[in-house]
Design a binder for this molecule. Structure first.
Ligand SMILES: Cc1cc2nc3c(=O)[nH]c(=O)nc-3n(C[C@H](O)[C@H](O)[C@H](O)COP(=O)(O)O)c2cc1C
Length: 209
C-alpha cells in the first residue's frame, strides 16, 4: 500500500515531525511504502476564489494556480492511504494544511460523475498540540469534517500533546501497522527514491521516536 504522509510544521525536530516519523515507521513495519511531504517546504498559495467564486476546480477538477499544489494533488491521486499530521494552532489545523484542504476540497468534493480521488481511502488524522492540548479535539473535528467531504475513510483520529507524546507515538505507529495490514495493496508501482521499505518490527515495545 502506498501511503502519503502530510506534515505541516516548520520545526524539523518538533512534535509534528515526530508523529510523522512514528507513522512512517508503522507503515514500513507493515510492509508498505511511505512518502513524507512537509507542506512547509512547498509553495502553496491559498485559494484565489476565481471568477464568481468557482473556477476550473468545479468545471475541470483541477486548480488553475500553478504552484506546488499541482504535484501534491497528483500525489493524493496516486496514494492509497493517507496520514495527515498538523500542529494545533488556535485549536485548528495549520494554515498550510488549511490552504491545501481548501483547494483539494474544491477540486475533489465537486466531482459528480466519478468519485473523489480520496474516496474510501483510509486516513489517520493526527493533531500535535502543546502542553495543554487545548483545541486538539476541535482541530481533529475540523479535519474529520473536511476529510469526510473529500470522501476519505477516517481510520483513526489521534490527539498528541507533549504530555502524552511517548505513548501516543506508539499508538500512531500501531495504528499505521493496523491500517496497512487491513487492506490488500494495489499492484505495486516502482517506489520513488523517497519511498523505503524496512523489515517488520516484531512486537510493540517502548521506544522513543
Ligand atoms: C500560532 C500557534 C498557536 C498555537 N495554538 C495552540 C492551541 O490552540 N492549543 C495547543 O494545545 N497548542 C497550541 N500551540 C502549540 C503547538 O500546537 C505545539 O507547540 C505543537 O507541538 C507544535 O508542533 P511542532 O512541535 O511540530 O512545532 C500553538 C502554537 C502556535 C505557534
Amino acid at each position: 500500500m502506498r501511503v502519503l504522509i502530510i506534515t505541516s510544521s516548520p520545526n524539523a525536530a518538533g512534535l509534528t515531525a515526530a508523529c510523522g516519523e512514528a507513522a512512517r515507521h508503522g507503515i514500513v513495519d507493515g510492509h508498505s511504502s511511505a512518502r513524507v511531504v512537509n507542506l512547509n517546504g512547498l509553495n502553496i498559495a491559498r485559494c484565489a476564489v476565481c471568477e464568481d467564486g468557482w473556477g476550473t476546480c468545479r468545471s475541470e477538477h483541477r486548480c488553475r494556480i500553478d504552484d506546488d499544489f499541482q504535484s501534491l494533488h497528483e500525489s493524493f491521486r496516486q496514494a492509497e492511504a493517507y496520514v495527515v499530521v498538523t500542529p494545533v494552532y488556535f485549536g485548528e489545523p495549520s494554515e498550510a494544511l488549511k490552504a491545501v484542504f481548501d483547494r483539494l476540497r474544491r477540486c475533489e468534493a465537486t466531482r459528480k460523475d466519478e468519485p473523489s480521488a480520496l474516496a474510501e481511502k483510509p486516513v489517520v488524522a493526527i493533531a500535535a498540540a502543546g502542553g495543554s492540548g487545548g483545541g486538539a479535539v476541535h482541530c481533529l473535528a475540523e479535519m474529520e469534517r473536511v476529510l469526510g467531504k473529500l470522501g476519505a475513510d477516517l481510520f483513526d483520529a489521534i490527539p498528541v500533546t507533549q504530555r502524552t507524546r511517548e505513548y501516543q507515538l506508539e499508538t500512531i505507529h500501531d495504528a499505521l501497522v493496523a491500517l496497512v495490514s487491513s487492506r490488500p495493496s494495489a499492484p505495486a508501482a516502482s517506489p520513488s527514491p523517497r519511498e523505503e521499505r524496512r523489515p517488520p518490527r516484531p512486537t510493540r515495545g517502548r521506544r522513543r521516536h
